[in-house]
Design a protein around this ligand. Sequence first.
Ligand code: UT7
Length: 344
Amino acid sequence: MSTASVHITGIGGYLPQRILKNSDLEKMIDTTDQWISERTGIHQRHIIAEDQMTSDMAAEAVKIALADAGLTIDDIDALVVATTTPDMIFPSTATIVQAKLGGKDFPAWDIQAVCSGFVYGLAQLEGMMRGGMFKRVVLVGAEAMSRIVDWTDRGTCILFGDGAGAVVLEARDSAAENGLIGSVLHADGSYRDLLKAEHPHQPSSPALHHPALHHAAADFSIDSAGTAAVEMKGNEVFRVAVSKLGGVVTEILAKYELTDNDIDWLVPHQANIRIIQATAKKLGMGLDRVALTVSKHGNTSSASVPLALNDLYRSGRLETGQLILLEAFAGGFAWGANLLRWSK
Ligand code: UT7
């Protein structure tokens, strides 16, 4: 039996306590607060504690989202974690989160679409729920990006932060105007070398070849030893991101017969304020209608869209029936967008 509508009924966000400011980065690498602020819009980012894992942050976000929905883990039919920084190669981080929350039997799995993981996850789960497979699911975007950043590379390490954002999705049998409307997803693997992190077991992984890495990280107690390291051709990624995001927002509005003027809120991936400004401009929107967390969180990859949605929700500015456009762009490249009418 198919389901008529799928709704976000709970939201939670978790950010680790430790904050790394641009002024801290000035002491680690050849950079300035001014350069980072002007080029990216980032002023600070949160960094996971040494004894925390991605699953710990995810579990905290899920607890808040479940409480917000008035549910417990026993009410859940499936749990999905979108992450690029899983606790382990296997088992999935989702199964670890399930165990940490005391959940049993329901399916749990990870999605890997890097910064687009949450947007991909929403599309996947909406389809499964509309098909009648699940009634109540949790989707989390959770990342410990600081563990895979090369702390000697000023072009990338300034960008990323850690955190987790979660939503509870509930299916309703009755048709409703509100709830998830639909999604558009894309990927083009021919761009895969522009933004990547090789596995640590790959002999060419740069993480294994930076003598200064352990030194820089140790100064600030950032544990990045022995992991992969993000490599990015920033300029080229920037150019393609602006173009593909401009395309996907136009495409999703056309697909669901809506226009720029119908959108109440843009909830974008938080990679760089200049990329967000370009998408908002394309939609003819002022930044006052955009959920912005990039200045205080940096780029938290798959956590950035749910954390921005959480921020908007907690600010009390969301109203029932408002149209929200979520979008993300990621390594791969993989990108996409979702449309949602707020119904909580
Ligand atoms: O989440 C997935 C998607 N990721 C993204 O969307 C990231 C996209 N890319 C970007 O956001 C931007 O390309 C960056 C913020 C990474 C870089 O900004 P940019 O304006 O593209 O700078 P650039 O790479 O062209 O570098 C300009 C200059 C260079 O110096 P020269 O060659 O002109 O002398 C860099 O060496 O800025 C220098 N630079 C820095 N200077 C101070 C690069 N990083 C830094 C730094 N501090 N941290």
